[in-house]
Design a protein around this ligand. Structure first.
Ligand code: EPU
Length: 337
């Protein structure tokens, strides 16, 4: 267990925001976490759990303790005729797990290639892209309660997965440290290539040959062409969720904007936030060292040394202009600390 006082978090968040934390603790093994919990004084202050830092916006120096999840390991734990159950320890990098699965001819997460972050963060916001969500392959996870040290298994139903949401976003369950996630991967692939440009990219780049490797590479190529690489330009992927509006509200908007993109949703119509933001003129906006990415209006960017407050204020201005023009309240997808 490595502990550092007043540690800079700049290289621990993909927005590259300069803020620090009072106490930074690296968790390399579950026993280290259990030992901390036994010492009752440890968690009298606020606790933050950090994986890849790819879905946070830091707006202040953090008081308290930040636990940096470094739990590593990948194991096959069960096999059935059609499925293999794989236990991924929560500090593993998500994309490396996708590559591991492809190498082992296991299908189900190829469409989720190149999503930044760790395995432990994936269920919290039910990561999704190109027609697939984590919940589609999720079997169960184990988590340790940070006050009692109790371990608990959560199955798919208990996790209450929804669009970029789960039980672990509620105040009570933020106190659980996810230690591993078990995914139920398919021996026989069920290809999903009808979302966005996947089929077109496979036709162009791989002469139409469909397999999980080519799907993953097509997704990687598409993401690289549209989304900024956090190693080069600070960002946290989609900053906002795609809003769901009522059918009546949608029809009213469609009267004025006949080309408005939309998708069916459980309780209404989903409209891409990127489209709403672009209509309000924000796409490619830049002020000083921060702005809205020129190729994807859903992504706010830190070009160099912007503060978390500057980016938060920009997001607030965007929320207000979308609200005024479309009467839709955008919600932040990124966690603000
Ligand atoms: N669009 C615009 N302007 C833009 C970008 C997109 O009008 O600047 C329109 C497109 O024309 C399209 C629609 O918006 O009709 C949807 O665009 P896209 O398929 O690029 O996806 P998205 O809804 O903007 C979501 C996820 C992404 C994920 C993509 C692909 C959310 C919040 N975001 O974006 O996830 O990669 O679909 O599946 O659901 C992330 O969560 O960090 C992330 C990148």
């Amino acid at each position: 267990m490595n502990t550092t006082k007043n540690k800079s978090l700049r290289s621990y968040n993909t927005f590259h925001i300069e803020q620090s934390v009072e106490t930074f603790i690296e968790i390399n093994h579950e026993n280290e976490l259990l030992k901390l919990i036994k010492d009752k004084n440890t968690f009298s202050k606020p606790i933050y759990i950090l994986g890849g830092g790819s879905n946070i916006l830091l707006t202040k120096n953090l008081e308290g303790i930040l636990l940096h999840n470094r739990l590593k390991g990948i194991e096959i734990i069960n096999e059935e005729d059609e499925h293999v159950f794989v236990k991924f320890h929560s500090g593993e990098i998500w994309h490396e797990c996708v590559l591991w699965s492809i190498k082992h001819h296991l299908a189900g997460i190829e469409n989720l290639s190149l999503i930044p972050g760790t395995i432990g963060a994936a269920p919290i916001q039910n990561i999704g892209a190109y027609g697939v969500e984590l919940k589609d392959v999720f079997h169960q996870l184990e988590a340790i309660h940070l006050q009692s040290g109790n371990r608990k298994i959560f199955n798919r139903i208990e996790c209450q997965f929804a669009y970029r949401n789960s039980l672990f976003k509620t105040t009570e369950y933020k106190n659980y440290f996810i230690t591993h996630v078990v995914l139920k991967l398919n021996k026989t692939p069920k290809y999903k290539i009808d979302y966005g440009d996947i089929r077109k990219t496979i036709d162009e780049d791989f002469q139409g040959e469909i397999n999980i490797q080519n799907i993953a590479q097509a997704v990687i190529n598409i993401r690289k062409s549209k989304l900024p690489d956090p190693a080069e330009i600070g960002n946290a992927g989609s900053f906002f969720k795609n809003p769901v509006i009522t059918e009546a509200h949608f029809l009213q908007l469609q009267n004025n904007y006949s080309s408005i993109p939309h998708y069916p949703a459980d309780n209404g119509v989903k409209v891409p936030a990127a489209w709403l933001i672009e209509q309000c003129g924000w796409k490619g906006y830049r002020k000083n060292n921060f702005g809205v990415h020129p190729k994807q209006a859903l992504v706010l960017v830190n070009y160099d040394n912007a503060s978390g407050d500057e980016i938060w204020n920009l997001s607030q201005q965007i929320i207000e202009s979308v609200s005024q023009r479309f009467n839709i309240q955008l919600e932040r997808e990124v966690n603000v600390w």
